[in-house]
Design a protein around this ligand. Structure first.
Ligand code: ADP
Ligand code: MG
Length: 581
């Protein structure tokens, strides 16, 4: 019963289905395809990401349009360029035996004349983002006055992105007699308004919780102090050496920052958000698909609908504002029959949101503990052992083997193994040796481990953006100059001509001493304390000149005595970036 053969599709489309390896139609396909084939109706279909919606509207549209005509007969609106391209590609695959089929994608950030040319060649189907579509209509580069079918794909997302007016305007250029098919994962008020306004007695289809992917996805959450999200993310990555993940943040800014930090800390990470140019986005996606990027940090909009197989983890670095978005996020993993894990990092106050999500997805979350440092070291060590065991021997080494053997002639096998492993392992061990417990203890609403450890000092330094530093370069410069390691310099805030940074209070003398009479390119560098937080000794010495968090009191050029011209370091003002992995 549940076969594509019973849906009413023509033979050449069934052949494409079979070429694609689709065995059984998904629920939304079973429900939508026969209806859309049989009658000219409007349709509202609610189904989550990954339920096969593209085929649900794509096959009926392909069957119903007149391939021999060059008139544009179908218009599909979709929220992002990525989705636009994805739908276009899918439709081309579905219609591979439709001779003369021309499906054209229209989206911002690419040449409008090129796109217009393709349309002019006779695109029977146009897949477009609302912004660019509107643009092309106003320049009379497309004609949608004769379309028979309009699809609003991911309608909730399009409205989320503020496309209501554009959609309204675009639809006003289409004939009243057309059929409108609306697909959405959720049914917020705005979508209902669209359905009411632009559709006449639509057929309604609702697909429950039978997301193709979701049954394969497990859900976990970790509770940490609000300032421990990032260290927690790192530990999760370190505890899963073969991770291939999308990390979701709420804002473009956080997305960029988390990605930058990860890269700085030596991970294969990249960011995907709306402020990147189209070209940058393409590059990031390419690296991600090739697995050169292991952790893609993304905003919801930018990652919506991205169909990359084998994603092992979806990490909610922050929960989304709209709870419905969670299903989209977790739908990025557990695809194509594989299992996946959706992880949420929360603070104590967000705990109730987990309950709300559980109700929505009708699945339980498992509360997990962020692994401690020793466990991570163990995991890394074992992963390394397996990696070495699986490594193919490179024959070139034979040429140097005698020399190497001589060097190790007095080393036992056991010693050699230990030394060999220490090369990689020591880095992890040093980092995690004294790592604190990041988990928020049960039953205490306000206590956070990180608050406890905020025995930090905040410093002012009179170099900034003007001197060619961004926060990452500043952090590197400080760490390298002071001989400190990862994480010892934090809260780096680079302004135009000065900056602020924090270190543990115990490094305070070291910092002050180092920068006492320090010259950079012939200029004295001035470093001063702006704030000290020491739980045990809550006192502040000296005049407070600026709080370092935006309010600057007096001039930063405080000290006046320069006893010598002694210079530390190389004097180069451009610090080098050092990558570890
Ligand atoms: P949605 O638009 O609902 O998020 P898509 O249409 O993008 O979902 O489909 C998700 C993935 O599932 C795509 O890779 C698609 O090729 C695949 N797919 C669609 N229908 C089927 C099917 N019946 N059987 C197997 N895979 C399918
Ligand atoms: Mg889709």
């Amino acid at each position: 019963m549940n076969t594509f053969q019973t849906l009413g599709l023509e033979a050449h489309l069934l052949q494409a289905v079979s070429d694609l390896g689709f065995e059984t139609p998904s629920e939304v396909q079973q429900k939508a395809i026969p209806k859309l084939l049989k009658e000219e109706n409007d349709l509202v279909a609610l189904a989550q990401t990954g339920t096969g919606k593209t085929a649900a509207f794509g096959f009926p549209m392909l069957q119903k349009i007149d391939i021999n005509s060059r008139t544009t007969q179908g218009l599909i609106l979709s929220p992002t360029r990525e989705l636009c391209l994805q739908i276009t590609n899918e439709l081309k695959l579905y219609g591979k035996y439709c001779k003369g089929l021309n499906v054209t994608a229209i989206y911002g950030g690419a040449s409008i004349t090129e796109q217009a040319k393709k349309v002019k060649r006779g695109a029977q189907i146009i897949v477009a983002t609302p912004g660019r579509m509107k643009d092309m209509i106003s320049r009379r580069l497309v004609d949608i006055s004769k379309i028979d079918y309009a699809v609003l794909d991911e309608a909730d997302e399009m409205l989320n992105m503020g496309f209501f007016e554009d959609i309204k305007s675009i639809l006003s250029f289409t004939p009243d007699e057309k059929s409108t098919w609306l697909f959405s994962a959720t049914m917020p008020k705005e979508v209902a308004v669209i359905a009411k306004k632009f559709m006449s007695s639509p057929i309604e289809i609702t697909i429950g919780h039978k997301n193709i992917g979701s049954k394969n996805v497990s859900h976990e959450y970790y509770m940490v102090g609000s300032r421990d999200r990032y260290p927690a993310l790192k530990r999760l990555a370190d505890a899963n050496p073969n991770i291939f993940a999308v990390v979701f943040c709420r804002t473009k800014r956080d997305t960029q920052k988390v990605a930058e930090k990860l890269i700085e800390d030596g991970y294969n990470a990249g960011s995907l958000h709306g402020d990147l140019s189209q070209n940058q986005r393409d590059l990031v996606m390419k690296s991600f698909r090739n697995k050169q990027i292991q952790m893609l940090v993304a905003t919801d909009v930018a990652a919506r609908g991205i169909d990359v197989e084998d994603i092992t983890h979806v990490i909610n670095y922050q929960l989304p504002d709209e709870i419905e978005t969670y299903t989209h996020r977790s739908g990025r993993t557990g695809r194509a029959g594989k299992t996946g894990l959706s992880i949420v990092i929360i603070t104590k106050s967000e705990q109730r949101r987990i309950k709300t999500i559980e109700k929505m997805i009708q699945k339980q979350f498992v509360k997990k503990e962020i692994p401690d440092g020793i466990l991570i070291c163990e995991i890394q060590l074992k992963a390394l052992a397996h990696k070495i065991n699986d490594t193919e021997i490179n024959g070139e080494i034979d040429n140097y083997l005698e020399e190497i053997k001589t060097l190790f002639s007095n080393t036992t096998k056991e010693e050699l193994i230990k030394k060999f492993f220490s090369v990689e392992f020591t880095r992890f061990f040093n980092y995690y040796n004294k790592a604190k417990n990041l988990n928020v203890p049960k039953g205490d609403t306000h206590f956070s481990q990180s608050d406890n450890s905020d025995n930090s000092a905040r410093f002012f330094i009179n170099i900034g953006k003007k001197d060619g530093y961004d926060w990452m370069q500043m952090k590197d410069f400080l760490r390298d100059s002071l001989g400190l390691s990862q994480g010892d310099v934090f809260k780096v805030d680079v302004k135009d001509s000065f900056s602020f940074f924090n270190t543990e209070i115990s490094y305070m003398p070291k910092v002050l001493e180092f920068f006492n009479d320090f010259k950079l390119n012939g200029r004295y560098i001035n470093v001063e304390i702006t704030e000290k937080k020491d739980r045990s000794r809550q006192r502040r010495r000296g005049k407070q000149k600026h709080d370092g968090y935006g309010n600057r009191g007096k001039s930063g050029r405080g000290r006046s005595t320069r006893s010598s011209d002694f210079k530390h370091g190389t004097g180069s003002s451009r610090p080098r970036r050092n990558r570890r992995r």
